[in-house]
Ligand binder design. Structure first.
Ligand code: GDP
Ligand code: MG
Length: 546
């Protein structure tokens, strides 16, 4: 039995029980189940299931009451999810995750197509779907042990740390969570604000506690780990570049001061144009003199990469609020032990506006493909975060470039957001777009969707301004790192101007994708990496394929 299948088997084995959190449904249809009376009783049943499961219920759809795998058509499955999300909304809950299997007779195979039907397991959680506009996502970074998890832990709980890892343990992201790669899984702490002030967790371990915060708060702040976990750097870089973060938060421990890693992480945060703040942590461990010294080191580091530090202690939270930008970086001094500086962070997180996507809603539509699915009967679905503009069902788009550099004409069949069908979606939203005119096998991660009139050119080679963050020796002609740009991850060869780039240096280089052209625009930021070496860059000039 595949591990994937285990989820389904387990749900079926647990079965439907009086007072349990598992519910079997063969299907849910608008005509039958969304009618008056029936709808309310189903919503009450869902509420009951969620409460029984301490904030989480499991709906197995496509099975009969006794748990045999009936399988339903994809359109019916999709409609069932629509109805389920309406029921969840009515019951003050939301669909958090859906997994599906194709059914063939009575065996189920994950992601199979061309089979008789689908069964699916939907996880329903307490609390409304976070309204994207009142939810800011903060990407944390910093040298290991420089107090990231502790700072986040103390912010979300309001409890001081004991200096021995007291607040952080529950927040350490598990590798499998990172690998699953979705925003919710990368998030390792959340808290919020309502009219009276912060809404915090008592115990971040408990899912129901998290659900309570999500429900009570009018505004949410969630923390996502970015570059801190070296073994998963590839995933986390993708997390950083492919996901819409609003702010970066870099920690620097007052005792150690900035390290090489600090410098690298700062470079990566800034490479994505994220407005960033620096928290000097563990202020309680050092004397005033050392603190001033570290503050100066941090300020120097920021100036070196072309940023203007703004010391919050001196200029105040209002100034930080107004000035924070791609160029101005507020610096705060904090201690999770004495809770110094955490009030200032609360104040900032309570008031800082959402930045992701919002400024690009008026531009032409672009979305880089992050993942693809094949849904039986519906066809190819491309998912990703809308980078700019708006997309509507029925829109005629281009997707590509294909291996030969061409773009393919496609049409938007439907758009799904949070497992809910929508007519349109705009910049910053994570969506699945079902496409007419292409098969899933022809779509690859890193391709882009743009309007027909965009007349896109495939790019095999471009000029870039790069900064080498960490490399043992000089970088010469033909250096071949993997370039991460939007959702593209591809080997590329560098041809530096003047033949070489030195560690810690900035310079111009030509970059040539080894295998494939992509859609690349001037001004786009990217990260490159090869073994232990890393760097960041900006596209300065694109050259279409000859
Ligand atoms: P991370 O690796 O960046 O997530 O660092 P952790 O949050 O795990 O912190 C590493 C260690 O530093 C833990 O033992 C914490 O208790 C300790 N620590 C974190 N913040 C502070 C602080 O403000 N003061 C003191 N004294 N210790 C701290
Ligand atoms: Mg940690």
């Amino acid at each position: 039995m595949s591990p994937d299948r285990a989820v389904l088997e387990r749900a079926i084995e647990r079965g439907e029980q009086e007072g349990g959190s598992v519910e079997f449904k063969e299907r849910l249809t608008k005509d039958l189940h969304a009618t008056e009376g029936r709808f309310e009783s189903l919503a009450a049943q869902l509420r009951h299931r969620v409460l029984s499961g301490d904030g989480e219920a499991t709906y197995v759809v496509g099975v009969t009451d006794d748990g045999s795998l009936a399988g339903i058509g994809p359109e019916t499955f999709s409609e069932s999810m629509d109805v389920l999300s309406l029921l969840a909304e009515e019951a003050g809950a939301h669909i958090d995750d859906v997994e599906t299997w194709g059914v063939d007779g009575d065996t189920a195979t994950k992601g199979a197509s061309g089979t008789d039907g689908i069964v699916g397991v939907a996880t329903v959680r307490e609390g409304a779907v976070m309204s994207d506009d009142e939810h800011i996502v903060v990407g944390t970074a910093g040298h290991v042990d420089h107090g990231k998890s502790t700072l986040v832990g103390s912010l979300v709980t309001g409890d001081a740390d004991d200096g021995e890892g007291g607040t952080r343990s529950f927040l350490d992201v598990q590798p499998h969570e990172v690998e699953r790669g979705l925003s919710a899984d990368l998030s390792y702490g959340v808290y919020g604000f309502d009219d009276d002030g912060p809404v915090r967790m008592d115990n971040p371990h408990r899912k129901s506690d998290r659900a309570r915060v999500v429900e009570e708060a009018d505004r949410l702040v969630s923390f996502v780990d970015t570059v801190g976990h070296e073994p998963w750097l590839r995933t986390t870089i993708r997390g950083l570049v492919g996901q819409k973060l609003d702010y970066g938060l870099l920690t620097v421990a007052a005792d150690d001061g900035p390290t090489k890693t600090t410098r690298e992480h700062l470079g990566i945060l800034l490479a994505t144009d994220l407005p960033t703040m620096v928290a000097i942590t563990k202020a309680d461990l050092v004397d005033e003199e050392r603190l001033r010294e570290v503050e100066r080191e941090v300020e120097r580091l920021l100036r070196e990469v072309g940023k203007t530090p703004l010391r919050v202690e001196r200029h105040g939270v209002d100034a930080a609020m107004e000035e924070i930008s791609e160029t101005v970086v507020p610096v705060l001094t904090t201690s999770a032990v004495t809770m110094d500086g955490l009030g200032q962070l609360d104040e900032l997180f309570k008031r800082l506006p959402k930045t992701a996507g919002s400024d690009r809603a008026g531009e032409g539509f672009t979305m880089y493909v992050d993942r693809t699915y094949n849904v039986t009967g519906v066809g190819a679905v491309a998912s990703g975060t809308i980078r700019s503009g708006t997309v509507e069902a029925g829109d005629e788009l281009l997707i590509g470039p294909m291996q030969d550099g061409t773009f393919r004409e496609v049409e938007v069949r439907s758009i799904e957001m949070h497992y809910h069908r929508v007519d349109e979606a705009q910049a910053g939203r994570i969506v699945g777009i079902a496409l007419k005119g292409i098969a899933e096998v022809d779509i690859d991660r890193g391709m882009v969707l743009v309007p027909r009139e965009a007349d896109p050119e495939p790019v095999r080679e471009f000029e870039a301004e790069v900064m080498v963050l960490n490399h043992p020796t000089r970088i010469g002609e033909g250096y071949e790192p993997v370039v991460h740009i939007e959702t593209v991850s591809e080997a590329a060869a560098f041809y530096p101007e003047g033949g070489q780039l030195l560690p810690g240096d900035s310079g111009e280089t030509r970059v040539r994708f080894k295998f494939h052209p992509y859609y690349v625009e001037e001004g786009q930021r990217f990260v490159f990496r090869e073994g232990r070496s890393k760097g960041v860059g900006t596209v300065t000039d694109v050259r279409p394929v000859e």
